[in-house]
Design a protein around this ligand. Structure first.
Ligand code: HEC
Length: 124
């Protein structure tokens, strides 16, 4: 009986160590991705600008409201309310410029336009 209990403890420890190793590895991968993205001069430039949310709203209304709605509550595309709670700043920039999720097109915004747009998205 006692021996069995000991064995059980041991495997729990193994499980714990494996989980810890997985956690550390994925943390390291996330950090590497973050570093690589930050080394992208476009990302760096956008994030170094303050951005004007009023300008950003105008850009939004022209380019995005057809799919996401004038008040950003969603239409063809999802609602963007509180989107900056769900997505990182770099994730949002990536979403706008990448064209990775059709039918949302790829936007070629200048760093200034992107910073304005981002500052508007952060107000939603
Ligand atoms: C042709 C329609 C269309 C246009 C125009 C469009 N989007 Fe989208 N957008 C979508 C769709 C559809 C999705 C969902 C994609 C998916 O995840 O599969 C999406 C997703 C997003 C997301 C991610 C939302 C989340 O919850 O993660 C953001 C942010 C976003 N769009 C911002 C914008 C911005 C900013 C613009 C304008 C520069 C824009 N979109 C223009 C259709 C569009």
């Amino acid at each position: 009986m006692e021996e069995q209990a000991l064995k059980k403890n041991f495997s729990f420890q193994g499980l714990f160590l494996t989980a810890l190793a997985i956690l550390l590895t994925s943390g390291l991968i996330a950090l590497t991705i973050h570093q690589v993205q930050m080394s992208d001069p476009y990302m760096h430039q956008v994030l170094s600008l303050a951005g004007n949310p009023h300008q950003g709203q105008a850009i939004y209304q022209m380019n995005c409201s057809g799919c996401h709605g004038l008040d950003a509550s969603g239409k063809v595309g999802p609602s963007l309310w509180k989107v900056s709670d769900r997505r990182s700043q770099m994730g949002l920039i990536q979403q706008v410029i990448s064209g990775n999720t059709p039918p949302m097109p790829k936007f070629q915004a200048s760093p200034e336009e992107m910073a304005d747009l981002l500052s508007y998205l952060n107000t939603l």
